[in-house]
Design a binder for this molecule. Structure first.
Ligand code: SF4
Length: 324
């Protein structure tokens, strides 16, 4: 099967299978087929999403040692690499929320480490929701939870949850893959929107592993999809494995977009400008704790601001969406 045939099938809305998706990822970077993939992903996003781009923001509510000990995360308790530990109080969360919302965002994510007390999180969310305009979606990015908790998240005003089965879950993390899947099912069953991502991609991951997550996202019919490369944080167990290039991430994002067919937006993280001509139309502003950073207030380090993102989208000739 040729790359042209696979891309033509994708263009005519045929859903690609595992073998076809792997064939696209196997295309040599910077070859002429590589540019055909980039071109189709760009064309699909620009036409299906009316050339609209979306700005999401995430606030990491705590910088504390996390018992899940993911080998790529700066907050894993056995290798904690952040310069401090803290938990944001409600007043600072509310004032940060107001400031970010005023800058103009579509969706707001609240993130915690896996063992953050759920009742505290629900109380914070209730307060945040009360000051959030109705048209801004509120998304939970927390540890695993059951259906009853999913319903509670919905009740306090969350519209969705970011949750994934990470690459090498249970090997590079201490969570069983089945536990992650149970949470994904609870999210869907409760009627929350599921945000998905293939992550954290490192040089050691096979294309087969990567494609499995694209297809899982498609099976869950996700609206917002993403591909994220692992950032090697010094002091974490996977640091020495390094990272994939921006060109490789752009190709993976383009293939993810073509294979998964999200119906609202596509993201690549951390932000790279070249991804914006590869089918990516959604980026994240980040504040507070971030598993890819050793500086606990990532807005002072790796995290981009809403202003940075607007500039990137304008530069890529996207129109920033006001259709929430
Ligand atoms: S990635 Fe999340 S679950 Fe894993 S150690 Fe970091 S905070 Fe905990």
């Amino acid at each position: 099967m040729t790359i042209d045939k696979i891309l033509n099938d994708a263009k005519s809305e045929k859903l690609l299978n595992k073998e076809e998706a792997i064939a696209l990822l196997n295309v040599k970077n910077n070859s002429s087929d590589f540019y055909k993939i980039i071109s189709l992903a760009n064309e699909m996003t620009r036409s299906e999403f009316n050339n609209k781009a979306f700005i999401f923001a995430q606030i990491g509510l705590n910088a504390e040692p996390c018992p899940v000990n993911c080998k790529f995360c700066s907050m894993g308790k056995n290798h904690y690499t952040m310069e401090s530990t803290w938990r944001k109080d409600i007043n600072s969360i509310l004032s940060e929320t107001k400031a970010i919302v005023n800058e103009g965002i579509n969706d707001l994510f609240l993130m915690t480490t896996a063992d953050y007390p759920i009742n505290d999180f629900l109380n914070i969310a209730r307060n945040v929701r009360s000051i959030l305009p109705d048209n801004i979606r509120l998304v939970a990015n927390i540890g695993d939870f059951d259906y009853v908790t999913a319903l509670k998240l919905k009740e306090v005003g969350f519209t969705g949850a970011y949750h994934i089965k990470r690459l090498r879950e249970g090997i590079d993390t201490t969570i069983k893959p089945e536990t992650r899947i149970e949470t994904l099912n609870s999210i869907k069953k409760a009627g929350l929107e599921l945000y998905y991502c293939v992550e954290p991609i490192g040089p050691e991951h096979s294309y087969e592993e990567i494609v499995d997550e694209m297809l899982r996202a498609r099976d869950y019919n996700v609206g917002v999809m993403a591909a994220m490369r692992r950032i090697p944080v010094k002091g974490t167990p996977l640091y020495e494995k390094g990272q994939i290039s921006s060109v490789e991430l752009s190709k993976i994002a383009a293939v993810t977009r073509i294979v998964t067919r999200p119906h609202r937006a596509m993201n690549a993280h951390e932000t790279i400008q070249m991804s914006l001509i590869c089918g990516v139309n959604q980026l994240y502003a980040e504040a507070g704790a971030n598993p890819r950073d050793s500086i606990s207030n990532t807005e002072k380090s790796r995290g981009l601001s809403v202003k940075n993102i607007k500039k990137l989208f304008e530069d890529a000739e996207y129109e920033i969406s006001r259709d929430y």
